[in-house]
Design a protein around this ligand. Structure first.
Ligand SMILES: CC(=O)SCCNC(=O)CCNC(=O)[C@H](O)C(C)(C)COP(=O)(O)OP(=O)(O)OC[C@H]1O[C@@H](n2cnc3c(N)ncnc32)[C@H](O)[C@@H]1OP(=O)(O)O
Length: 147
């Protein structure tokens, strides 16, 4: 069963060892880089390992933007050998459940950006109810929903 676990000293090496497909590396920062950013934003974000039972199969970070305010989903990835097993969809449901607990502040708005060529991720987000906001930055388009 898919579950989220906070990144701690117990599991950060497992996050370091997650692998993207070669063609996917341009779509998302690897957890190593993401965790460096998580340190910078440590008062407003939570990085998670995505688990199937006790096995780490992916990674994601939730960060609160106090200026909007809104919750943002950053750097979501499923290890290439575990993709297309339903883990991404199940993890996204868990992420929205976490955001509904409003861990950093009072907003139901959830936003992410995704490369316009990333068909798999765009299908996942659109199926979950995310809609384009019209904002874009180079190859990244912004999508948003109310949790
Ligand atoms: C905000 C951001 O972080 S954007 C960056 C997103 N991350 C990446 O691009 C990293 C590389 N990709 C991945 O890690 C994964 O492919 C993810 C996270 C996008 C999806 O995770 P997966 O576990 O593979 O997806 P899962 O098996 O749960 O499928 C969920 C939906 O995604 C879509 N999908 C998954 N794989 C594909 C594919 N190869 N082609 C098209 N659509 C796909 C489908 O809509 C699918 O739903 P369905 O099975 O009901 O049709």
């Amino acid at each position: 069963m898919v579950n989220l676990r906070k990144i701690t000293e117990e599991n950060f090496i497992d996050a370091f060892n997650l692998k993207l497909g070669k063609s996917q590396e341009r779509f998302v920062s690897h957890p190593i880089r993401s965790l460096a950013q998580a340190y910078v934003y440590r008062d407003q974000c939570q990085p998670f390992g995505i688990y199937n039972d006790d096995e780490m199969v992916g990674y994601v970070m939730v960060i609160y933007d106090y200026d909007v305010p809104e919750y943002d989903i950053w750097h979501m990835m499923i290890d290439e050998k575990y993709q297309a097993h339903g883990y991404g969809k199940a993890a996204l449901e868990q992420i929205l459940f976490y955001i509904r607990t409003k861990p950093f502040g009072d907003s139901n708005r959830v936003t992410l950006t995704c490369n316009r060529d990333n068909d798999a991720a765009l299908a996942l987000y659109r199926n979950m109810g995310f809609k384009e906001t019209g904002a874009e930055d180079e190859d990244e388009i912004e999508l948003s929903m109310m949790a």
